[in-house]
Design a protein around this ligand. Structure first.
Ligand code: MN
Length: 423
């Protein structure tokens, strides 16, 4: 077992009941404050541990990291050191925060310097993302979309059960939670019998996804097997892959997603390590037909992560509109990475891989407005009595995720963004 995952650990740093960030989590992010420049931090309860200062004070001696790995505005330098190094680092941080270890705890003047109240930090984009790939790995989602857009009798295209289908997205418009988004404009075709028009999208939608962030992969020409995949995955975050359904349905033939998808994709600021998620591994859905050999895997590769979506109209309360779970995903991350590299495609440290919309089997577990409102035919009623077919101007969409087991709850915090009127 990874030492930092021990469910009996308690921290001397106070962690509120039901916090997403107990000592068993210790996710990594990048923050600054009004007086501190950007640096790497680790979240514990309602505090952020400043790894730059921790390094300066000598608490990370004997670790294969240098000051520059933490005195930076992204996690890439740290992730460059690889899986074993970052695992040791998380274990060391766990030790320093352990209630049974005096080392940092007893040095109150040091503890005050390295523990910063979360309310005074400004989170930054955690990763300098190189390439962004988005998969389409929820069978329920692919089936629902197939029924609505193509043919109910043949909802899943013939390749879907053989290939973890994906496409190359755009890294430049991946943004941090909290950054608001202008309603995209483009070509839409509100009347199928008439020519397209140029207008703001009328069908702005969210996609409930998670994403994983990679360590370095292998050289061009080599492949990563499902058995090796976890050695190349640093961690996961929440991911809202914003989509404009009316732009999408007109543009996607024959080359797939383009402007309907690249106007914004929001990520949560804390990257939960794959190590921290290890205790929450579960068996995935049965895969039938049997997958080709390079997609076979051993052991559990799915994770039990509860996922929720809320809509908050301007100045109103949040309404919970979706409860799903990452475990419903048909294709797991190891298979996605194996497939992505089977042709020799190289992945690099800091690549972002979206899961695809995570829909579950029941109507309240669908991971997009497209499905929840069934293409606008079944509007949702929010707590304030208003109806939604898609996302309106000034609506904020909030996604949260957490896992629980053995009285330990580890979470992702949230990813949120507001839709502003078109520019
Ligand atoms: Mn997507």
């Amino acid at each position: 077992m990874i030492a930092a995952n021990n469910p009996s650990l308690k921290s001397w740093v106070e962690v509120p009941q039901n916090s997403d960030f107990p000592i068993q989590n210790l996710p990594f992010g990048v923050f600054k404050t009004s007086s501190l420049t950007s640096r790497v931090g680790v979240r514990i309860g309602d505090h952020v541990l400043d790894l730059k200062t921790l390094h300066v004070l000598g608490y990370l001696d004997n670790q294969p990291f240098e000051l520059a790995d933490f005195e930076t505005d992204n996690l890439n330098r740290m992730m460059k050191k690889g899986k074993l190094a970052t695992r040791d680092l998380r274990n060391r941080i766990s030790q320093l925060l352990d209630a049974n270890v005096d080392e940092l705890q007893k040095n109150s003047h040091h503890a005050e310097q390295v523990l910063i109240p979360n309310r005074s930090v400004i989170m930054q984009m955690p990763v300098q993302i190189g390439d962004y790939t988005d998969f389409y790995s929820s069978k329920e989602h692919a089936t629902n979309v197939g029924i609505m857009f193509r043919d109910p009798a043949n909802a899943l295209l013939p390749n879907w059960l053989w290939i973890p289908v994906g496409y190359h997205g755009r890294a430049s418009s991946v943004i941090l939670s909290g950054q608001n988004i202008y309603r995209p404009k483009g070509q839409i075709k509100p009347n199928p019998e008439e020519n397209p028009i140029y207008a703001p999208s009328r069908m702005v939608d969210f996609e409930l996804e998670t994403a994983f962030i990679t360590y370095d992969g292998k050289p061009l020409g080599d492949s990563i097997s499902t058995a090796e995949a976890e050695d190349h995955i640093f961690g996961m975050c929440l991911f809202n892959d914003w989509s404009a359904r009316d732009i999408q349905s007109w543009e996607y033939v024959p080359l797939g997603p383009f402007l309907a998808k690249n106007f914004a994709s929001s990520i949560s600021p804390w990257i939960v390590t794959l190590d921290a998620l290890e205790p929450f591994k579960v068996e995935g859905p049965e895969q039938n037909p049997h997958v080709l050999s390079y997609l076979e895997f051993e052991g559990n590769k799915s994770y039990d992560i509860n996922l929720e979506v809320y809509i908050q109209p301007e100045d109103k309360e949040e309404s919970l509109i979706c409860e799903s779970n990452f475990k419903y995903m048909y294709w797991n991350m190891a298979q996605q990475l194996a497939h992505h590299t089977v042709n020799g495609c190289n992945i690099r440290c800091g690549d972002l891989m979206g899961s695809g919309t995570i829909s579950g089997p029941t109507p309240n577990s669908y991971g997009s407005m497209l499905e929840l409102g069934w293409k606008g035919t079944k509007p949702l009623t929010l707590n304030d009595g208003s109806e939604r077919k898609f996302i309106l101007d000034h609506d904020t969409v909030i996604m949260r995720g957490f896992s629980t087991k053995d009285n330990v709850r580890i979470g992702f915090g949230e990813v949120k963004a507001k839709i502003l009127p078109a520019k």
